[in-house]
Write a protein that binds this ligand. Structure first.
Ligand code: NI
Length: 433
């Protein structure tokens, strides 16, 4: 089926930052076959969508998160990371059932589609249920079974990872890719990371890990190994593999050099880092040295939403404020971070841009809004002023998943009902203990 989207302003996010004032985008099957100036077409299309007065952009790629943590949204706020994890989050997560993860992930997907995300990255457990949610919803997912290298779950996690990756890599018509997900250096000691690396060699998928998120982590790792978390991962050999590291808040200049030299990709999570009081990642320095930096929301328990529009805005504002320099992280850079660079960061080379040959993962926004008037600079509008409600169309892999406010593949009311019931049940158990 071929679709023509006619006459929209197209933010291509290509290497030339090209903006097509009155553009045509043609989608054939899963792929964009044309993205350029409006022209006369001799061919007929199964559907023509009027794009006049609309802004068309690549869908957002959420480079780091834990989708089913939507169930813990607003459950534990305003506390530090280690307390948050050890006293609040982990005890509840230990009781999660596979159905909880399924409904929590669907809730996350509803929220992400409504705010223009077309690819999300997930590190969690019961990943079969996550993959099923991806398959049913039509969204694109980069999925990893989270691994903790101590306790009873350590070996089981490796086995489940292998089964999951073997079963689901490139499934759902290619919309699912997989990774190995060792949680962090402080939960996965070097001997365990060696096992992860052996599995990585066998399965040939990238690795995602939380890294240098808090000063407390850096202190613990230095005390134990005499190295920074980044240097420790270099020592273990992990950085010789394709790696995306989430957070990377507390880095020395040497750490950034290591990351550049080993081409470690980064998921920047400004909302989560601010909320957990973790600090401010040295993103301008990483970008200056050529590190690939994408953007992620992290889980809804530490954000507390999964809105990449807000995350772009935070990324652009945070570094200006902390440096007292309004020229760092421009709107263009923030948009690239949320699209093209996030795609690169999660090792996808065919999404994140509106260009012929790319997968048709697109969003369209209605520009006829007071907060988007007048139209001096539409990139600035998208980053600094746009709202999820402005999004009128979301397409993933050539299929329309949201149109005129309605989701086409998911029963939103049922998902919210299930998520509410399950979340309350989980919390009730917590307070009974
Ligand atoms: Ni995380």
């Amino acid at each position: 089926m071929s679709i023509l989207i006619r006459g929209a302003v197209v933010l291509t996010v290509n290497d030339n930052q090209e903006v097509i004032e009155e553009g045509d985008v043609v989608v054939e099957g899963q792929t964009i076959s044309y993205a350029g100036p409006k022209r006369e077409w001799q061919t007929s299309f199964a559907r023509v969508i009027n794009g006049r007065g609309k802004l068309l952009a690549p869908g957002f790629v959420n480079a780091h998160g834990h989708a089913a943590m939507t169930l813990l949204r607003s459950f534990a706020d305003d506390v530090p990371l280690m307390y948050w994890l050890e006293k609040r989050i982990w005890p509840v997560e230990a009781r999660l059932k596979r159905e909880d993860v399924y409904w929590g992930t669907l809730l996350a997907i509803v929220e992400m589609l409504r705010s223009g995300t077309t690819t999300f990255t997930d590190m969690y457990f019961f990943m079969t249920q996550v993959a099923e949610a991806v398959e049913e919803s039509g969204i694109r997912g980069v999925l990893a079974r989270g691994l903790v290298g101590v306790g009873q779950q350590a070996e089981k996690g490796l086995e489940e990872s292998e089964q999951f990756i073997t079963r689901w890599q490139d499934e759902a018509a290619g919309r699912i890719t997989t990774m190995l997900g060792p949680h962090a250096p402080y939960t996965c000691p070097p001997a365990y990371l060696q096992k992860v690396m052996r599995l990585q060699e066998k399965l040939n998928v990238p690795v995602q890990i939380h890294l240098a998120e808090t000063l407390e982590e850096v202190r613990r790792i230095k005390e134990q190994y005499g190295l920074s978390p980044v240097a420790l991962l270099k020592e273990t050999g992990l950085l010789e593999r394709p790696v995306i590291a989430a957070h990377c808040v507390h880095l020395s200049s040497e750490d950034i050099d290591i990351m550049r030299d080993y081409e470690v990709h980064v998921a920047h999570n400004p909302g989560s880092n601010l909320k957990l009081g973790s600090g401010i990642a040295p993103v301008p320095e990483m970008l200056e040295r050529g590190v690939v930096v994408g953007l992620g929301t992290d889980g809804a328990a530490s954000n507390n939403n999964l809105d990449m529009l807000e995350e772009m805005r935070l990324a652009a504002l945070l570094h200006k404020g902390s440096r007292q320099d309004p020229t760092v992280i421009t709107a263009h850079e923030a948009l690239q971070m949320a699209t093209k660079n996030s795609a690169r960061a999660v090792f996808l080379n065919d999404v994140g841009m509106v260009a012929a040959g790319m997968k048709a993962d697109l969003i369209m926004l209605d520009l006829h809004k007071p907060h988007l008037t007048p139209r001096h600079d539409l990139v600035a509008h998208l980053v600094y002023a746009a709202q999820p409600d402005d999004i009128t169309l979301v397409m993933v892999d050539g299929k329309i998943l949201l149109e005129n406010g309605e989701l086409t593949t998911l029963d939103e009311e049922k998902i919210m009902f299930q998520a509410q019931e399950r979340a309350m049940h989980l919390v009730r158990e917590q307070t009974e203990i």
